[in-house]
Design a protein around this ligand. Structure first.
Ligand code: DGY
Length: 319
């Protein structure tokens, strides 16, 4: 009797993805609440030929060193890959794949949701209704700010930035962007070569660049000071792009009107001060969280590992 190859998965996947894996492999599924230290990840992957991870796992040099020699491929169920030490994976001969493209629209939708929720004080309104404190329509109740006619500055004009630009234009916004270089698909937005010039004009600033040593802490005290007074900050990319102390101080002082955040440094252990601020709208990293998108991402993650296990080139190889 032939034994199936084992695939370890750190988190639960949408049902169609788990069913596809189960049809071809012996599958060791992880527990959604588990914290994967290098030792826990190595134990979970014992005997496996492939491991599917997420950005919640720090697949750093120590974790890669601890993985069993049976591993051939690390497949991340994400487009972002800052949680994986690619050089360490390459050095051990592991292939690494990610899941680009399929989450563009879902993540751009959440950027729009965060922008509207932050500018229209959605968390305050939701709380009032839930707590049964609503006393009726009042002309001055939770007045927000209108995005129509305002300027949106996008930092990082990749696929998600461009998709959000289109949505913002449909809301009547003028869109500007800053990128390392001008892009071919500008999605009707205007290129601004210097980040400081973009900041100075952005009524709403939305981050869409990858987290790297160069972009870590990009939105700091000095850059927030360059934003117009009363600006709004949106982040669906990575929490590490923002210095929390700087953002929180600006939200507390009123320098910023509001923020809408889906991602956080050190998530899920976010800076507790965010919970106390009325002018932030907080989501738990669900930018790509639709059934369609998370299923498509899981399928791509499986395509990548299956290709490696069958001796083919993975469709989305990072290493
Ligand atoms: C990604 O794919 O990198 C997202 O942040 C997770 O959905």
């Amino acid at each position: 009797m032939s034994q199936k190859t084992m695939v370890a998965v750190t988190r639960r996947l949408p049902p169609a993805c788990e069913a596809r894996l189960a049809a071809s492999y012996e599958v060791r599924l992880g527990d959604d609440a588990r914290v994967y230290t290098p030792e826990v990840l190595a134990a979970h992957a014992a005997g496996a030929a492939a491991v599917i991870v997420t950005p919640s796992e720090a697949v750093n040099a120590a974790a890669i060193a601890a993985l069993p020699a049976s591993i051939k491929v690390i497949s991340t169920n994400s487009v972002g890959f800052e949680h994986i030490d690619l050089a360490a994976a390459r050095a051990r001969g592991f292939r690494v794949g990610n899941t680009p493209d399929v989450l563009t629209e879902a993540t751009a939708d959440v950027a729009l949701l965060l922008m509207l929720a932050a500018t229209r004080r959605a968390s305050e309104g939701d709380r009032m209704v839930r707590e049964d404190k609503w006393t009726g329509l009042r002309p001055t109740l939770f007045l927000g700010i209108q995005v129509t006619g305002r300027k949106l500055g996008i930092v990082g004009m990749g696929r998600i930035g461009a998709a959000f630009a289109k949505r913002a234009q449909a809301c009547g916004m003028t869109v500007l962007y800053h990128n390392r270089k001008r892009v071919a698909d500008e999605a009707g937005a205007t290129y601004v070569a210097r980040l400081e010039d973009l900041l100075a004009q952005s009524d709403v600033l939305s981050l869409h660049c990858p987290l790297s040593p160069e972009t870590k802490g990009l939105l700091n005290v000095a850059r927030i000071a360059q934003l117009p007074d009363g600006a709004v900050v949106i982040n669906t990319a990575r929490g590490g792009l923002i210095e929390d102390d700087a953002l929180i101080a600006a939200l507390q002082s009123g320098k910023l009107y509001a923020a809408g955040l889906d991602v956080y440094a050190g998530e899920p252990n976010i800076d507790a001060r965010y919970r106390t601020l009325k002018n932030v709208f907080l989501l738990p990293h669900v930018g790509s969280g639709t059934i369609e998108t998370r299923t498509a991402m899981g399928m791509l993650a499986i395509d990548n590992l299956e290709a490696v296990l069958e001796g083919r080139e993975p469709p989305h190889a990072l290493v």
